[in-house]
Design a protein around this ligand. Sequence first.
Ligand SMILES: *Cc1c(COP(=O)(O)O)cnc(C)c1O
Length: 361
Amino acid sequence: MTQQIKPQPGIMDIELYQGGKSAIAGRTDVLKLSSNENPLGPVPAAITAAASAAADMHRYPSTDHAALRTAIGEIWNVDPDRIICGVGSDEVLQFVTQAFAGPGDEIIHTAHGFSLYPVLIHMAGATSVCVPERERVVDVDAILGALSDKTRIVLLTNPGNPTGTRLSDSELARLVDGIPPHVILVIDGAYTEYAERYDGGLSYAATRPNVLMTRTFSKIYGLGGLRIGWGYGPREMIDVMTRIRQPFNLSVIQLAAAEAAVRDTDWVADCAALNAEQRARLIGALGQLGIATDPSDTNFVLARFADKQEARSAEDALTAAGILVRSVAGYGFPEGLRITVGDTDQTGRVIDALNQWRTVA
Ligand SMILES: *Cc1c(COP(=O)(O)O)cnc(C)c1O
């Protein structure tokens, strides 16, 4: 780079995002439990819809996403005019950080929040304010204590990743009430469908002037590879974000697949039920092996080993058995492994491999 060419402030502070591993050299029977993907694959209705939409690939897609927003509005009982769709919920999170924060502004997030947040904050040129959690649960007082005149946004992952925990209803209410009107609270609800009796922040996004909820098609709908998500919030906020959204950010295939997916409510119910059953089974088996966990409201479990060495040893044993899980040292858990909940057979494979590891170790 020449002396004259300089990137915008913050860009060179961005560390490249590390995705979950997806291959083991020389193996074809790899079980990937490192990225919280749906063990059943994509929702079938989306495959059919994507295939027929492919015939329209020569057409530019809808720029207002009206059909998809209408479908989401019907299914979730929300106003379609207050929805914005993005290339994954990641893009919706980018819209809000970019549209409402810049150099000199602060964005608060929590110690074990989504690892993409610091990237988005630097992209906006804003300052990251990371607050601690308490026993792997978001600490409302720590967030409220970090608020300043410069705070523009609070990014909350609820349920959390990689913790899998969720704020109680009363703590979430206390957070919402404690955020001043000039600050936006973003409730990232990527795992909402796996939590019981929780609306992902929808009722707050419906009624508060400063709350935005984000949701994704990547997890329970099994469409992570397609990249679609959405946000729901006050009309004025959505209007601002829409101005920085590229008019053709979603393709005809993405739009058609997502619309079919959201209408398949049976799929969501079935996947959530299977997940709850296998999650309880996995947590029970880990407990019998003396591996600590917290109750999870998601499709993964954070397994906490005695220390970093033990976690490494378990990860090596799982890899040798062809199973990929997520090391979360970079998220502040050197002793942890994040294991996506699989289907019945897959969960059995994980439990067998860990049992064998304990016997040998
Ligand atoms: C997986 C995940 C998302 C989803 O991101 P997409 O861009 O919609 O694929 C968002 N937030 C968190 C915390 C996640 O774990």
